[in-house]
Design a protein around this ligand. Structure first.
Ligand SMILES: C[S@@+](CC[C@H](N)C(=O)[O-])C[C@H]1O[C@@H](n2cnc3c(N)ncnc32)[C@H](O)[C@@H]1O
Length: 260
């Protein structure tokens, strides 16, 4: 199939998702396999079909965005957040309810809800409000429903599971409305849209791995502008910033960077 460049352009004009900023080899391989699986032999015939068929379009977006997530994913990182970073931010802001937090690729909500449950160790749920965004409205919709398979909550400490979830049919877990109310969900494309401002903590985990170096640099710089002085950027376990001072950050713990 020779028309990948044309496909990328057409798809960008339609969706504002710039596939050039995602690692090409991996992305092209994924898209090719989806196009072939659906019985198309050029990218553009697949594109035109997507425009006519909303389900196919949604399948494509879903496939592209890789929504894999989990509550309390990589537990040691969350322990660091709870034991070191949140206490530091509380000291600076006076209390936990004033900390401005943004989960910037929140997928199905596992990550922002984990943040809420940790904050709830310091402050009542009624005082918590954080921002959570993702490019994929399907994932955001699932987050707002708040119903999860057992595998999504397998790493979550039992105390949180007992306190904030109801088990349905023995294998689904529904998060409480009190926790849901603490999160403002919104669609936001990290490569196109305006970022929220004056953040104390930005969480961006397991998405930068999909981007080109150019895209990553743009995002680091934009996060830097979005943070307050001394604000914290929390990255995924395989996403260290090489030469972070170039982007105005100093590493303060593994996975945590502070705006200089
Ligand atoms: C693998 S999930 C990570 C979810 C969560 N942060 C975690 O670590 O469990 C990656 C998420 O990034 C989102 N994403 C991909 N490209 C994006 C973009 N340009 N802007 C915002 N979100 C994006 C996807 O929709 C997906 O939900």
């Amino acid at each position: 199939m020779m028309d990948y460049e044309e496909f990328k352009k057409a798809f960008y004009n339609q969706s504002k998702i710039n596939l050039d900023l995602y690692k090409e080899k991996q992305m092209k391989r994924r898209i090719t396999s989806l196009v072939e699986k659906n019985g198309y032999n050029t990218f553009m015939t697949f594109y035109w079909a997507m425009l006519r068929d909303k389900d196919l379009y949604d399948t494509f977006i879903n496939y592209l965005t890789i929504n894999v997530s989990e509550f309390y994913r990589n537990p040691s990182q969350w322990e660091l957040l709870e034991n070191t970073i949140i206490p530091m931010l509380i000291k600076r802001k006076g209390n936990a309810e004033n900390i401005r937090i943004w989960s910037s690729a929140c997928s199905t909500g596992d990550e922002p809800y984990t943040i809420v449950m940790l904050l709830n160790r310091f402050v009542p749920l009624s005082k918590i409000k954080i921002i959570a965004t993702d490019i994929d409205t399907g994932a955001i919709h699932k987050a707002q429903q708040g119903v999860y398979q057992e595998r999504s909550v397998k790493d979550l400490p039992k105390e949180f599971l007992d306190k904030h979830f109801t088990c349905i049919n023995g294998n689904l877990y529904k998060i409480s409305d009190e926790v849901k109310r603490c999160v403002d969900f919104k669609k936001l494309n990290l490569l196109e849209d305006t970022y929220p401002q004056d953040m104390d903590l930005i969480v961006c985990r397991n998405v930068l791995i999909y981007f080109t170096d150019e895209a990553k640099q743009y995002i680091y710089e934009s996060f830097n502008l979005s943070l307050v002085q001394d604000g914290i950027l929390f990255l995924g376990s395989t996403e260290q910033i090489i030469g972070s001072t170039r982007f105005g950050f100093r590493p303060i713990q593994t996975f945590f960077y502070q705006k200089i």
